[in-house]
Structure formats: structure tokens, C-alpha cells
Design a protein around this ligand. Sequence first.
Ligand code: C2E
Ligand code: MG
Ligand code: MG
Length: 570
Amino acid sequence: MLNEEDRQGLDTPETIVRADRDLVALGIAVAAILLFVGLGGSVLPSALSSVFSDGEAPDPSHASALLLNIALVIFGWRRYRELKAEIAERRRAEEHARRLAEIDPLTGCLNRRSMAKASTAIRADATTRGLGLAYCMIDLDNFKKINDLHGHALGDAVLVELASRIQARLPDAAKLARLGGDEFGFITSFDPANRAGIDDVVARLYEQVSKPFEHDGTLIDASISIGVASDHDENGFNLDMADIGALMQRADIAMYHAKKQGKNRYFWFEPAMENELRFRNELEIGIRNGLRTGQFVPYYEQQVDLDSGRLVGFEMLARWNSPKMGMVSPEIFIPIAEEIGVISDLSEHLLRQALVEAIDWADDLTLAVNISPVQLRDPWFAQKLLKLLVEHNFPPHRLEIEITESCLHENIGLVRSLIASLRNQGVQVSIDDFGTGYSSLEQLRTLPFDRIKIDRSFIGELTNPESGSQIVDAIVSLGRGLDLPITAEGIEDRAILDALKQMGKLKGQGYLYGRPETGEQVRQRLAASGQLSKRAQSIREDASSAKHAHSLAPVEPTEIDLTRSASLGS
Ligand code: C2E
Ligand code: MG
Ligand code: MG
């Protein structure tokens, strides 16, 4: 973008032309000089002889004309010099403005607009030489995190360094542009019979970027994701890719695919990726709509004391009741909700429903909820959660927050203070899917968790004669050593349950005890076992006795009933 200073220095061609026209001043100066030569030739000798040898003085009108002529020469010459300097300055400003309009000021690469022009030129050249075109989209992985952790100055330095490393490894004729924040793209012509040539270029880029970035003594490990699209495939020229815009868009889709596949990798565009993206866009729109129209509902999975079989609480599991796709698993929509920034709203929406339902359960039943790593980055998360509890009059000690092990990797300092403030208020915190992340023993020892939940992938292996129970055994001993109670997830059958019971006093959950249920199913289950809160139980009894009385009483239609039914019927 141009700043005010740049804009002031920017001259339109019109002003330059006006300055050019003022070259008339030069003409006047030249004419004045010629006049001076003519006039001076006759007036000066007589003036000199009158001064030095008593000659006749020149005609006074000629002398005045000569003086005027000298003044004109000086004026005209100075004006000419000034104008020349002015025009040179204006041309410099114009060149500067042109560069600003075409070049990314931070990295010196082309920008999106000038890249379009450069691409058209490369295309024309490639067509005449019978070459193909490849467009590579490059995106820095986790750039937001680099900015957040180290500040924007360092973020900028990384971008500058990245641009120069990429540029250093590109073929001479390739054009590199910065297309957005941390997104770069380059276009190059290549021999369509040798796609491997492009693979080599990309491999060289990875080699360059894999070296750490150093700025003011800070070392940053960065990685990039790349998508490549070409206007030639195995069948030759692909008409669908004739347009540079289409080529660029497909390179972008391939890059997006690389991100989805775990970042730090590259993919050539394939048509299937486009469908994937379309489906993903539909999901995004569906999630936003669903959130507005209340399609997300909490389901509950029983948690049981394994020894006694006694119900101790429920884990709330999100479900999306989509009108288009039916019941959708959280494993599909939670990552998207995280990415599009609606996870906090979604989570609050679910938690509000769950608190309303769980307040009617017996006092000794807990409610466990899963919290996304994205929510943990919010420094106000604990306060918001406690406010919700107060609003719903829900005792904090009945709430259990589940944090997945992978969160610890993200921002241990924030997690530590979050756990501390939640526990101060009486909320319990457990570490979920334990065994699948990278928590160190040190973290386990120093973070004040209340419970470990062993991931169901290990529990499922318990009855496998090959892998056996070693991992679960080890985690159970770890829990015992750290004085952390354990919950086993994914108990699917009796054999697993029996194996777990041998290991000590554990809690557990899994399909053996039933699939996750709706709030109403849970209410019926608790009503049957007498585990609703006293208030909820008596409301239920009142409602059912009123229904019972109503069904015994003779139905006598009142006048109002009659009018109403008449109007409804019409
Ligand atoms: P999780 O917290 O580990 O939840 C347990 C998952 O295991 C649930 O899957 C549950 O249905 C499934 N499960 C329970 N018992 C068994 C069993 O015996 N066998 C098998 N094979 N699976 C069992 P679900 O509901 O699909 O949830 C998947 C994950 O999605 C959850 O894993 C949790 O990480 C996440 N999730 C669910 N609800 C929410 C939510 O409201 N917010 C956030 N941030 N994440 C959620
Ligand atoms: Mg969980
Ligand atoms: Mg889990």
C-alpha cells in the first residue's frame, strides 16, 4: 500500500508533460543568447572603447537592450536548470510509485497484481517455446504461532528470509510473488515431459527452509506446505488450466490439501481435491448455520466405577444433528469448528444445554466436558466457564474438564495457570486420551491434574494376545505413583472389563455400558434408577400423576375447547 509520503511524491504523466512543455523556457533562453550574440557584437565594442579609449558611447537604448538581454539569458538559463532538476525528481518519484505498486515492500517480491502481469508474459513465452507452466503455492506453516510467540518484527524477518531463500533456489526465469501474509507463489515454465524437474525445484526449497531461521539470537524452526498445479498432465495440454487464475486456484487447493495432510509437505493438484474442498466448504457453511439454528446437541456417555458397577457420572459428547447429513461425529466437525473460529461459541452452546440437563441429576453424578486446545488459548476461559456455572447454579465440584494430552505441547504456561484457577474454584481437570500425546513425566508431576483417562486405543489392545496389557499396566502404575486416579475409555466387552478390574480400582466408560444417549434418554435412565435430583424427581412425579389423573377424568369439552377446535378445523 502507498503511504501519504509516497502519494505526495507520486506525479501523474500529465504533470510531467506540463513540465516538458515548460521547455519553451529553454527556447527563450536560447533565443536570448542568440540576441545577445547579435546585440553584444555591436554594442559591446563601442561600450569598451568608450571606457578605455575615449571612443563614442553606445546608443543608450542599445545599452539598455543589452542589459535586458543579459538578464533574460540569466533568467532563462536558471529556469531551464530548475525545470530539468524538477523533471528528473518527478521521474524518480514516478518510478518509485510504480515499484511500490508492483512490489511487495517487505520482501521485495512481486505482489499479487504484478504477478498476474508477469504470469501472462511467462505464458506467452512458454507457448511459443512449446513449454508447460507450473504454478507453486507456498505457505509458511504455523506463521500465526511464530507471530504470537515472538512478535511481528520477528515474523517479518522470517518472511524476508524465507523469500530470499526461495528466490535463491528458483530457476532464473521463474517469477516469485508474495500473495498474502505468509503466502508466496511462483510460476515457471518447464518441459512437460519432465515433471520431475519441478519436483527437484520443490525438493531444493524444502532443503533451504529446513535450516533454522535466526533473528537477534532467536532460532526459529519453520516449515512450508506447497501445492503445485500445471497446465500439462500426462495427456498433454489441459484446457481447464489454460487460464492463469484457474492454475493458481488449483495450486492453492493442492497446498490446502498439503496442510490438511499434516503440513510440511507438497502435493500436485488432482481433481479429487476439488471435491474434497467443496465438501469442506459445505461443512463450514453447515456448521455456521447449525450453530445459529441449534442443531448441535449434547449426548452423554455413562462413566462407571468398575468394581461396583455404580454410575458415577457422564461425559458430554457433542453431536451435530444436521438436516442434510444426519447425525455427524464430533471428530468431523470439531476440527473444522476450531479452524473457522467458532469452537468457543459451539462449546458454550453445548455446555449451557448440558448444565441445564445435568442440574437435574443426583448430586453425586459428575458432568465431564471436553475442551479444545483452541479454547485453552483464551486467557479468560476459566472466568467464562465459572460465570456459566454461576448462571446455572451448577456446583463446580460436579464439573470435570477434559484436556487432551496434545494441549500440553502447545502452551504449557497457559495450561498451568488455567488448571490452577479452575481447581481453585473446585472444578476437576483430567488429562484425556492419555498415551497418544507427548506429555513428559515432569509435566504430569507438576501439573495439578485430578485424573488420567487412558486412550481407548490402548484399552482395545488389552485382549489382544500379541500386544497384551503392558501399556495399560504401565499407565496404571504411573497413576498410582503420582496419586492420580484413572479412567479407562472404550470398554467394549466383558473380557476388557475383567482385565481392567485385575489392575486396581478404576473408573471406566465404553459401549459395554451403553452408547452415548440424548439428555432425555439419560433422564429416563436416572428416573428409573432413582438418580434424579429430588427436585427433578418430584416434578416428574407431579407431571406423571397429573397425566394419570387427566387420563382417568371424564373428558368434558369446554366452550373454549370447542371454539378452539372449531377454529383449528376451519
Ligand atoms: P473422547 O473425549 O476421547 O470421547 C470418547 C470417544 O470415544 C467418543 O467418541 C465416544 O463415543 C467413543 N467411545 C466411547 N466408548 C467407546 C467404545 O467402547 N468403543 C469405541 N470404539 N469408542 C467409544 P465421539 O463422541 O465420536 O467423540 C470423539 C472425540 O471428539 C472425543 O473423544 C473428544 O475428543 C471430541 N469431542 C466430543 N465432544 C466434544 C466437545 O464438545 N468439545 C470438544 N472440544 N471435543 C469434543
Ligand atoms: Mg473426552
Ligand atoms: Mg478420550
